[in-house]
Design a protein around this ligand. Sequence first.
Ligand code: B1M
Length: 210
Amino acid sequence: MSSVQAVKENVERGKLKLIKGIVQEALDAGCTPEDLLNQGMIAAMDEVGAKFEAGQLYVPQMLAAAKTMAAGVEVLKPLMKGESGATGKMVMGTVAGDLHDIGKNLVIMMIESAGIEVIDLGVDVPAEKFVETIQANPDINLVGCSALLTTTLESLKNTVAAINQCPNRQNFKVMVGGAPVTQEFADEIGADAYTENAAEAAKKAKELCA
Ligand code: B1M
């Protein structure tokens, strides 16, 4: 079995205690952090999602895989290089009703490595909390909202609508993302930018902070 495959299988099976060692071994064997992330860990989560949808595994296994991936990402974190050279401040969270945070955390990791400071509001963040944080931090350049469920697209829409009412709205840009989000939806709800993945998000954030 290849090292990338070993990482994928162990994330998929939720082997939390083993994963850090397996990721380190894969790095030592010459695998790149990007391959381990994309072809190992994210591919594992896609597999888990597909099996969940097919009724072949359940929420506890999905959660175990998520925790395992988060532990694996910790090993990669110091090695992931974003588009460095930016300065700015961002507030970021997963919208109300949505508990998914792996994607958001990856986006934060890449944006921070680009040089932008990020205030992480966590998951299930009410629109009012975004607004409150924006008002308490008038130097914010960017606001990022993540949504992972088709059922929380409505929540994303309401969140962006509330953010768009901020009196200092012209001072910052709003970025949205997450698997069910599209450019068309982002345009429709009045966000300034949509990106599909963490690397693109960091690139766009750098552009918007320039
Ligand atoms: Co959930 N879940 N889940 N889940 N879960 C999905 C999303 C699902 C697609 C699985 C499936 O059925 N195939 C499905 C949603 C279906 C839909 O809405 N169309 C689903 C469901 C149904 C549910 C529950 C309703 C299940 C239930 O209880 N019956 C429930 C909902 C809970 C809630 O949120 N209220 C639920 C719960 C959970 C867990 C808590 C068990 C766990 C999350 C743990 C955690 O995050 N800490 C979980 C997991 C792990 C998944 C899957 C398997 C993996 C998600 C993930 O981390 N992907 C997922 C299936 C899948 O995604 N293939 C699934 C890896 C991650 C790197 O990708 O998050 O897409 P992603 O992030 C990407 C991009 O989207 C983008 O960049 C990231 C990195 O490249 N991106 C941005 C994200 N945010 C961005 C912001 C940006 C820009 C880009 O700018 C601001």
